[in-house]
Structure formats: structure tokens, C-alpha cells
Write a protein that binds this ligand. Sequence first.
Ligand code: ADP
Ligand code: ASP
Ligand code: MG
Length: 456
Amino acid sequence: MAARGIKVAKFGGTSMGSAEAMRRVISVVRRPQRDARIAAVIVSAMSGVTDQLIKIAVLASKKDFSYKELLAALETRHLDTVEKLVSERNQAKARVEIEKMFRYLSEAVQGIRLMRDLSPQTLDYIMSYGERLSAHLLTEAMNDQGVAAEYLNARKIIVTNGHFGAASVDFKATNIATQKYFRTHKKLQIVTGFIGASPDKKTTTLGRGGSDYSAAIVGAALGARVIEIWTDVSGVYTADPRLVKNAKVVPELAFEEAGELAYFGAKVLHPKTILPAMREKIPVRVLNTFKPADKGTTIVSSFAERKVKSHTVEALTFKRPVIVIHLQSPEFFDVNGLMARIFEIFDGYRTSVDIVATSVAGVTLTIDSDKHLNEIVERLKKLGSVSVVRGKAIVCAVGGSVNVAGVAGKMFTALGKNNIAVELISQAASGISITFVVRERDAEKALKVLHKAYIS
Ligand code: ADP
Ligand code: ASP
Ligand code: MG
């Protein structure tokens, strides 16, 4: 579509976490934008609010009345933010809207308490209040400060299936709805991240941390020049900066590298964010709301183009806990048919497999959720003997030439010297990553050892 010259900017929970933080968001949005006009700002709930909403819903479903205090505290936090952020002449209007939303929310929570029932559908509806409240608040604050902005509930533009908790996006319907909406709404749109609606208009959510994905969905639908992810760190680091003190910002990454990092645990980007951007070839920039002058990370180009510029190991991450499942079966002598049957079982329970290793006598694989573990194991037992080991982690090293001779050797020697046992090693032929399994308690140490060996 022809909406050239626009971009979308997403602000995460910390960036929306207080009146002071929201003031910074507004100042980022107001900066002169040289590259493109911001058409949409996608926001997360204020930090911690989604967790609180889940807690409130769960307590109510158990008839534990302490949910009332939590709900009151949430309301106070939002109203306090209005008071600090919106000037007196516009405060009453902003307050009325927030109070109205809390009345609806409170009714819904009472419903949960009375029914003692919390379905995934109801939980999605409850969680949606986090983003609806923050987006409303920011819209009021923007208007108060002379930025012409409008609130947009993403339910109107993001169409998903009815898989509550982690709904899949219908891109065709979403693109049509988004383009149509933006054709008739020219003001800056303040869009709720994280949420969408099913074709029968039920509120859905895209999975925890899903506001990044919302930004990519909207950016791709509008043919944005760039998708900006504004967060609380200055880009994608060589490792989680909270864990590795001398981690550094990686200035540029390929979509594939960023995708791999996000998938294997780097929380800075939701794993699905990359797909819509990659499909439309839209660069994604990760920037710091609190240090807007920092250059951040630009995620661009194909891995093939970047490979020549890249370091051997560009960044490291881990994912934990993961569960290792081993299946031993005489049928492995006819491996093809059996593998298909195994994957069908996991697929049937919407459980994705991260690493697979086969030998002539069996297959070993990892999953990161035990939601359907019992059912899966029961089904696998029909194929052979099954063992399950918990308490593991996957470590992932991403870079331009992780498959060059000697890299894996050096890596595993360094880990060995530190008494870290490694199993289930997997290396993509593209040379983009090496992943392997360690004990959960060794994951952090493995990250530090490899960071020292390869980065600094
Ligand atoms: P937001 O609320 O803005 O979406 P998140 O908390 O979801 O922010 O993601 C940002 C956090 O991701 C950072 O504060 C950092 O601790 C964590 N993180 C994990 N791995 C990385 C990494 N490789 N680079 C940058 N941040 C990372
Ligand atoms: N508020 C949602 C969450 O906490 C989505 C997001 O922050 O991206 O998961
Ligand atoms: Mg996030």
C-alpha cells in the first residue's frame, strides 16, 4: 500500500510505567521526525499491570476477596498518573474515562467471583484493560499537551482467531481493516498493544509481551518505513544487560538473527515481532525511551548480506526452564513415518518443539511448556519408552559465522573447563546459531563464560 513516509512507534511497560516515564514518551513522539511521520503509537500496559490483572482475576475466581484491594490500588495508580500528567483544566474529563473503565472492569471481576469461573476468554478480556487504560491515559495527556491524538482500541483493526491467550493473526483481514481505518483517521493514533478481536468480536490477546508484535502487525499493514520499539535499554545487547555486566549494544542485526535471539529468550523483542517486518522488509529499530539520543539497534537486511560484516558470535541468550523428552523405540529403524507421528502429537497440543536430536534407537527433544506434558507423554508411550527430564535450559549463540571450523570446539572447551555439561547440540546449516542444552542452574554461568570467550 502507498502509505509511504510513515512509521509506527511502540512504547513498552516501563516506558508507560509512571507519569514521569509517559512524559518522556510524549517528548519522544514530539521530537522532529526526519525519516517519517509517526502515524501510530502502540502502547503496553503500565509496568506490572498485566500481572496484577491476572492476579485479581485468579483471586476472584477463588472467592478470595483480597482482589478488591489490588483493584483499588490499580485504580489509584492510574488516577494518580492522570493527576500528575494532565493539567487541571483537562483532568476531570480524563478521570471520568478512567473511572468508567474501572467500573466495567470491576463488574467483570465480580462476574468471575460469582461464577467461580475464569476461562481463557474471560482472562483475555480482563487483561485487555491494562492496555486500554494506558492508551486512554496517554491520549488524554497528549491532547492536553497540544499533540492531536486519538485513542484506538486494536480490537477494531487486529483480527485474530479465537485462541485465547495466544491468538493467531488473520493478516489478510487485519491489513484490510487497518488500512481502511487509517485512511479515515489521519490524526496520530494511540493504539492498544497486545490485544485484538476474533471475527465474532471477542477480545483476544497475542501472548505475553505481545505489544511488540502489535507494532509490527500495524507497521506492516501500513507499509511503514520503520517500526520503532522503544524500551528501557538502548537496543539489543550482546546478552541480557541485567545478567552480563559488560554486555554491549549490537548496532545491527539481521532479521533472522534477531528472530533467533527473541525465540530463545531475549525478552527485548517478542519472538513473533520479526515475521511481519521481515515479510514487508521493514527495518525494526530498538531504542531507549530514557536515552533517546542513543543509536540503538537496527534490525535489517537478510542474514546473507550481513554475514560478511558479522562477528563470529554476535549475541547470546538462554531460555529456561525447558523439559527434555526422550523416546526410545524399536520403530526408529523406520524413522520417517515415526517422526511424522511424533510431531503430530506435539502439534495436536499446540506445543512447539525447540531442539530435536535423533539416533538410530530414539529421539530426544525439548519443549518449554508443561501444560500438556502428561497427555503428550501418554500418547508418546504408545510409540516406545519415554523419559522426561526437567530443570534444563537452552543456550543459544547467534552470529555471522558460528559454524566456522573451531567455533563449536572452543565453545564447548570453555564450558567444559567450567564444569558445564552440554547436551543436545544443534547447529543450523545457515551458520546463524548454535543451540544446546545445559542444566538450568548452569545457564547463567554458561552465558557469562561464552560472553567472556567471544565478546568481552
Ligand atoms: P518492554 O516493557 O519495553 O517491552 P521488556 O522488559 O519486555 O520491555 O524488554 C526489555 C528487557 O529485555 C530489558 O530491560 C532487558 O533486561 C531484557 N533483555 C533480555 N535480553 C536482552 C538483550 N539481549 N538485549 C537487550 N535487552 C535484553
Ligand atoms: N502488557 C502485556 C504483557 O505484560 C503486553 C506487553 O507488555 O507487551 O504481557
Ligand atoms: Mg516487552
